[in-house]
Design a protein around this ligand. Sequence first.
Ligand code: ADP
Ligand code: ASP
Ligand code: MG
Length: 440
Amino acid sequence: MKVLKFGGTSVGSVENMAHVKDIINDGAPKVVVLSAMSGTTNTLVAIAQMIAIGKSAQAIEEINDLEFKYLKTVDQLLQNAVLNDHTKVYVRERFNTLRALCDAHFSIEIENTILAQGELLSTFMFNNYLKQEGLLSTLLPALNFMRTDVLHDPDLPAIKLAFEKELEQVEPANIYITQGFICLDHQGKISNLQRGGSDYTATILGAVIHAEEVQIWTDIDGMHNNDPRCVEGTHPIANLSFDEAAELAYFGAKILHPQTVLPVRADNIPLRLKNTMDPEAYGTLISESTSENGVKAIAAKDGITAIKIKSGRMLQAHGFLKKVFEIFEYYETSIDMITTSEVAVSLTIDDTKNLDKILVDLEKIATIEVDHNQSIVCLVGHAIVNHYDTYKLFQILHDVKIRMISYGGSNNNISLLINTTDKVETLQKLNAYVFELAVV
Ligand code: ADP
Ligand code: ASP
Ligand code: MG
């Protein structure tokens, strides 16, 4: 059995839902994971923010507008009167839930309940659309089996048990539709896998059912060699290893949620990226095997904070780094990049929740400098550290100020830390140096 995930654009219009139906209508049994229709989660985030700051009237207006759009979409999608009525009743229920939340005392649980409505709506509508079109499909409510543990990681054994139980209880079908992104946390409260999390749902379920393959269907023909939002003339990469794809996803390639690769890498389940608008395009196959050496792709991750920790006590002393790391460990903050000299160490974090407390502790042992609004630019490929062509990337030193370089940490990754304001220029220039210019 395969798991196929379709993203926001893929289910973002009646026309695109018809493409999705054609793609999944091949007779093979499958689990289909859907995101919310594109734009919906952003609107729900905005609604939650309005409620949080007490602007309930404005929130109600947004909710009413969104409800109007959904009811119109139902009319375009479902000509079958019974299915149309059935779907509208459900849509109104979801929006009544949203309106009721406008008066509740705001909490993270309320916010997560608001954010969950997008996937609940898209899957219900799409399942009834498949019924109308004569396909045998069943809706599996993700909240009945998607669970996270105390550390907010997917609780795979619990998901497996609950998913199997769910399958026993529902009407057997050829196509099982479920919601991406949403889950319950370890206390049974409604939660989610963070923005873009439907990709992660797909690979988690792929691992749970030992799928023959997981496919991520989106609005582009696979993982490109650079960020197409910043650089012109990027192209899809046909093959990536799990490690390469995991690095690119973690370091900002938005096509994949940062954790997507982990569940399938553990079980060696192939992960394919495909374009809903151009299903014939090959896309990208992510698997265990690695092909050619050299830089394959560049990605950038924003929202990075750099911390320089300087101390005379580091000079020819041992144990200093241990003390530094213990502080980050204590505050459960992971470090992405690190460079050292004899008297200073620079490192980066992306989670600044506990930064103030971390700085108080660091200042007891060293002098600290903090730079916000940094980006990590990451170059990924097999054995790039040893590749004869890799030197070309260092021409970037002429163009932008590089705050840190991480080279040799792994053979497959070279990372640069820059100011976010230099990101677009850096990606464009690196593209030219690494992929376009002949060797000089
Ligand atoms: P979905 O809604 O289907 O999950 P996303 O918007 O999350 O789609 O991801 C697809 C988008 O990711 C593309 O439209 C593209 O703009 C962006 N993107 C960023 N970096 C890359 C990359 N390296 N390769 C392909 N797409 C990328
Ligand atoms: N709908 C959610 C989001 O926009 C999850 C997803 O699309 O993967 O973040
Ligand atoms: Mg996405």
